[in-house]
Structures are given as structure tokens and as C-alpha cells.
Design a protein around this ligand. Structure first.
Ligand SMILES: [Zn+2]
Length: 272
């Protein structure tokens, strides 16, 4: 079976005007505060609405993106914020700034729907001291999410299993842009955690296998805009419908059904 070429056809098909339009779609993870959207943010939001999106969750990765995520959530009722500290920003952060960041997350958690993204990135960080530093910070963020009673948004790359080991005592966890093994995914789902598949599913046979095996009642969809475009170039929330359509085809369901299920799951875990 030519899974990938089928998929490409399907993804392009997702933007055809002859397809029935979708309603009630949620992009559960994006970065619309990033500079890539400075010139046309409003047009991007308009296109998202035209594509059938009703909500977007903007995730902070450091102090300034947390502040901007909160600003977006205040400005638009169809946006929510999560406040985080990506493992990939750690190298450039010094101890006093780190404290400021923890304080920012704690003080503003009431206006956020989740804590993260935070986690472990073994793809970008290969050395043991760097990985230990990531784990130390992640542990602190995990405890903040627990005490604040908020869902934790995990960024894990080549580190899904170690990340899972660290969060087993939590109730509310989302693996954002999950890319790990089926076994770890199933273990996470058995714990009641959520798996968010990004739009790179349209281009990745591995993610298509995950889409085939994931429990639908634990599935979220996201773009991770401006990254991971299903169509090449900059990604934006409207393109989440490409993976909604593809996942529907993989699972033998109507796209609207996948849109409905993933939106309900997103509302449930983030209490929105
Ligand atoms: Zn992200």
C-alpha cells in the first residue's frame, strides 16, 4: 500500500472547495505569537474561522511567549493560553531568569488552561549534563502543574518514555505532537493521558500508524504552527483540517466526526 502518496493526495484533497466544510474544529497547540505571524495574524485567524475552527490553544515556551500567549487569550475569546518552558530554550536561560519564569507561570496560572509546553528533548540535546538539566526543570514544572491542578502539556522528542515515567503520578497530561512508539502511547492512554497528533501526520508514515492505533477518546489534533506544515512552508491553524480529514480516512469515519471527537476531548482536558 502506498500510504504516503495516498496521504499526500488526501491532504491536498483536504483543501478542495468541493469537500464539505467542517465545523467545531479545535487546534489544540499553536504558537501564533511567534514573529512569523506578525505581518498577517488577523488574516490567519480569519482563515482559521473560515476553515471551521472554533478555538485555538496558544502555548508559551519561555517568558516572553508566555506573556504574549496570555495577551492573545485576553484579546480573543476563541483563544486560550498555556504557560510553559520548553527544554529547547533552557540553554539560553540563566538561573535568575528561570526563577522569574517559574514565578510568572505560578502567578498567571489562573488565566491559563494548562502548564507547558515543558519536557525533555533528547533529539536536540545529546549530552548527559544537558539532559539532566532538562529533567531538573521538567520536574519542577510537573510539580507546579500538580499543585496548580492544571493539565501538563508535554514536549518530548526521542524521550517519550522517560517523560512518561516522570509524570505517572499526574492525572491530567497531554503529550503534544506525540511522535514516540505505539507501546508508550498505549501506556500513556491507559493512564488516561491524551495524545495530540500534529499536522506532520500528513507527511509521516509513523504518525499515520499512530493515528490508526490511538484511542479516539484520548486524541487531540494540533498544528504546532508555524511548524510542521502539512502543505510545506509556514503552518497555520486552518491547516489542522488536513490531518482531521486524513485521520478520518485512516479510521474509516467522517471528517466531521473526528473534528467533533477531538474538539470534545480538548474541551474536556483543558476545561474550556
Ligand atoms: Zn509547540
Amino acid at each position: 500500500m502506498t500510504a504516503l502518496s495516498d496521504t499526500k493526495k488526501n491532504c491536498r484533497g483536504g483543501i478542495s472547495s468541493t469537500d464539505a466544510s467542517l465545523q467545531g474544529v479545535i487546534d489544540s497547540h499553536c504558537h501564533l505569537d511567534f514573529k512569523q505571524f506578525n505581518k498577517d495574524r488577523d488574516a490567519v485567524l480569519d482563515r482559521a474561522k473560515e476553515a471551521g475552527l472554533i478555538h485555538m490553544i496558544n502555548s508559551g515556551v519561555d517568558y516572553s511567549t508566555n506573556a504574549k500567549s496570555l495577551e492573545l487569550a485576553r484579546k480573543y475569546d476563541f483563544m486560550s493560553a498555556t504557560l510553559g518552558l520548553s527544554p529547547n530554550t533552557l540553554e539560553s536561560i540563566k538561573e535568575p531568569e528561570l526563577e522569574m519564569l517559574f514565578k510568572q507561570i505560578e502567578e498567571n496560572a489562573g488565566q491559563a488552561v494548562g502548564i507547558g509546553e515543558a519536557g525533555l528533548d533528547y533529539y536536540h540535546c545529546k549530552d548527559a549534563p544537558g539532559r539532566q538539566a532538562q529533567a531538573k526543570v521538567f520536574k519542577k514544572v510537573i510539580e507546579m502543574a500538580r499543585t496548580l491542578g492544571k493539565p501538563l502539556v508535554i514536549h518530548s522528542r526521542d524521550a517519550e518514555q522517560p517523560a512518561l515515567e516522570m509524570v505517572k503520578h499526574l492525572d491530567k497530561v497531554v503529550f503534544h505532537c506525540y511522535s514516540g512508539s505505539i507501546a508508550t502511547m498505549k501506556e500513556a492512554i491507559d493512564r488516561g493521558f491524551y495524545i495530540s497528533l500534529a499536522t506532520n501526520t500528513c507527511r509521516s508514515p509513523h504518525h499515520q500508524i499512530l493515528a490508526r492505533n490511538v484511542s479516539l477518546d484520548r486524541l487531540l489534533v494540533e498544528t504546532d504552527s508555524p511548524f510542521l506544515s502539512p502543505r510545506g512552508g509556514r503552518n497555520e491553524p486552518s491547516m489542522v483540517i488536513d490531518s482531521v480529514r486524513l485521520i478520518a480516512r485512516i479510521r474509516g469515519l467522517e471528517p466531521q466526526e473526528i473534528a467533533r471527537i477531538t474538539a470534545e476531548n480538548t474541551k474536556r482536558i483543558y476545561n474550556i
